[in-house]
Design a protein around this ligand. Structure first.
Ligand SMILES: C[S@@+](CC[C@H](N)C(=O)[O-])C[C@H]1O[C@@H](n2cnc3c(N)ncnc32)[C@H](O)[C@@H]1O
Length: 282
């Protein structure tokens, strides 16, 4: 008998399956017509911290519709993108064909925890970013999967929203309205987000959608670092950033670099983090 998927997978997959075609369609901030003309969506943060990927094998976990995956391919990497959403991967494969990158970009469908059952191979870079780990109950298990795919001497790189931002009311209208609302430490049960304001998504906020619940977990920075160490990796970089690629709070201001920051007169706290950990060369 096949394993039954846990509730969170069913709920979150329905959310993403519905949104992937919307993200690829008109009015989405992913703007795929623009991407086909300028296929490079990586931010200064990950470009500086991952470094040159030319000639490297790169695995992108939770790759969504493949814009970042194909941006790495455009910079010379041989890439595999993995995601549990079939509609997202359909968009990614179409984009790869449109860009003539399908000889260097492959996409694999799987729950990330089960990826070692369906994908072989070793990679120089395992990459995930911006909205990757909140969907998962166990960050240590995520790092074990990432470490499984890393060749000796290769790196795991993760950039994501900072767990500190998670504790505050996400609808706060000004920095002074930030109210501690959610736990910082990982709960056994997921944080269930659902409500009248939860239709659409960060990329298509006005879209009418039917599947509007998500099951998410916050992962404290300490747990993330410990997960990398426990997976046998050597942490060589941990950065906290005052900028993040999406408006975590409505009052953040977008810069020309596509990153959102606190207004100048507001107190600072970290909006994003990035970690790079290496598998010892052996
Ligand atoms: C916010 S997106 C990734 C962000 C990416 N940087 C982007 O904007 O293109 C999160 C992705 O995680 C995928 N995802 C969520 N839970 C997953 C799981 N358990 N296994 C594999 N993929 C998952 C979703 O399908 C979605 O495509």
């Amino acid at each position: 008998m096949p394993d039954e998927a846990p509730d969170y997978l069913v709920v979150n997959r329905a959310w993403w399956d519905e949104r992937a075609p919307l993200h690829a369609g008109p009015g989405s901030t992913y703007d795929l017509d623009d991407f086909r003309r300028h296929p490079d969506r990586l931010h200064a943060i990950e470009l500086a911290e991952v470094g040159d990927v030319a000639g490297k094998r790169l695995l992108h976990l939770q790759c969504h519709i493949g814009t970042d995956t194909l941006s790495w391919a455009g910079r010379g990497a041989d890439v595999v993108g993995a995601d549990f959403s079939a509609p997202a991967l359909e968009v990614a494969r179409g984009l790869a064909r449109d860009l003539g990158l399908d000889d260097r970009a492959r996409f694999v469908g799987s729950d990330v925890y089960r990826l070692p059952e369906v994908l072989d191979g070793a990679f120089d870079v395992v990459f995930a970013s911006w909205g990757a780990i909140a969907w998962l109950p166990d960050v240590a298990r995520w790092f074990r999967v990432a470490a499984h795919f890393i060749a000796p001497g290769g790196i795991v790189y993760l950039a994501d929203g900072h767990p500190t931002t998670w504790i505050f009311d996400e609808y706060a209208a000004t920095p002074a309205d930030l109210r501690v609302t959610y736990p910082y430490f990982t709960t056994d049960a997921p944080l269930v987000y659902v409500g009248p304001d939860e239709t659409g998504s960060y990329a298509v906020p006005d879209a009418a959608t039917a599947h509007n619940a998500t099951h998410e977990w916050v992962h404290p920075l300490g747990a993330i670092v410990q997960a990398a160490i426990d997976a046998g990796l050597v942490v060589e970089m941990l950065h906290e950033h005052q900028a993040v690629p999406w408006p975590v709070f409505p009052f953040l201001l977008r810069g020309d670099d596509g990153l959102y920051r606190m207004p100048d007169d507001a107190p600072s706290f970290p909006l994003a983090f990035s970690i790079r950990a290496r598998k010892p060369a052996g």
